[in-house]
Design a protein around this ligand. Structure first.
Ligand code: SF4
Length: 196
């Protein structure tokens, strides 16, 4: 991978560490424990929207053993084939993420943002058309609701994380001259060519 990407990934790593810290703080307040569940968020069709996450996940994939890489690559290919099929039928694709093996994420350290933040209730503020800030509060996952519905909300504001992510992403795009938007699943990132 191009060495010029390294400083961006180091900054992303620090940002992800702060997200982990906040998430752990909230999880410990609720005493929430994820041991896997039927809803399994790793079967949800999540899209990732930054080159930062693209390159960071690629970095995590690159350090796996060649046997594991081959397996993930095959699963990603199958995953994308199923997604194309379901796209045509307009049904949401529910396929296991190619990086999940027996309930464990093999790229856990390098996982994208939504994989880190999913599960626990959180909020996000943004300026509305009238210029007044709007805040959206999202509920936790089904397992969270089962375990912790009786607890009061712990303020988990994703806004500063989104802003920092967006600033860093813009710097990266400017540095490498990337003009196009990116929107990819984990499987598509695994199969995707690095654009330099
Ligand atoms: S990258 Fe890891 S945490 Fe994210 S969906 Fe895949 S297996 Fe789950």
């Amino acid at each position: 991978m191009d060495m010029e990407i390294k400083p961006f990934l180091e900054k992303l790593e620090n940002l992800f560490l702060s997200m982990n810290e906040k998430y752990d703080e909230a999880a410990s307040y609720y005493d929430f424990h994820c041991h896997g569940c039927d809803e399994n968020c790793c079967m949800t069709l999540f899209y990732h929207h930054t080159y930062l996450e693209f390159f960071y996940l690629k970095e995590g994939f690159d350090i796996l053993s060649s046997e594991l890489k081959k397996l993930i690559y095959e699963r990603a290919t199958e995953n994308c084939r199923k997604k194309r099929e379901s796209d045509q039928k307009t049904a949401p694709a529910r396929t296991m993420c190619p990086a999940n093996f027996e309930g464990k994420c093999v790229v856990y350290y390098h996982r994208p943002m939504i994989c880190r933040l999913h599960g626990i209730p959180s909020e996000w503020s943004f300026p509305s058309k009238t210029g007044v800030n709007r805040t959206v509060i999202s509920s936790g996952c089904e397992e969270f609701t089962r375990q912790c519905r009786k607890k009061d909300y712990f303020k988990f504001d994703r806004t500063p994380f989104y802003h920092q992510m967006s600033r860093l992403e813009n710097q990266l795009k400017e540095h490498f001259g990337f003009k196009q938007k990116i929107k990819k699943t984990v499987a598509e990132i695994i199969l995707g060519e690095v654009p330099f």
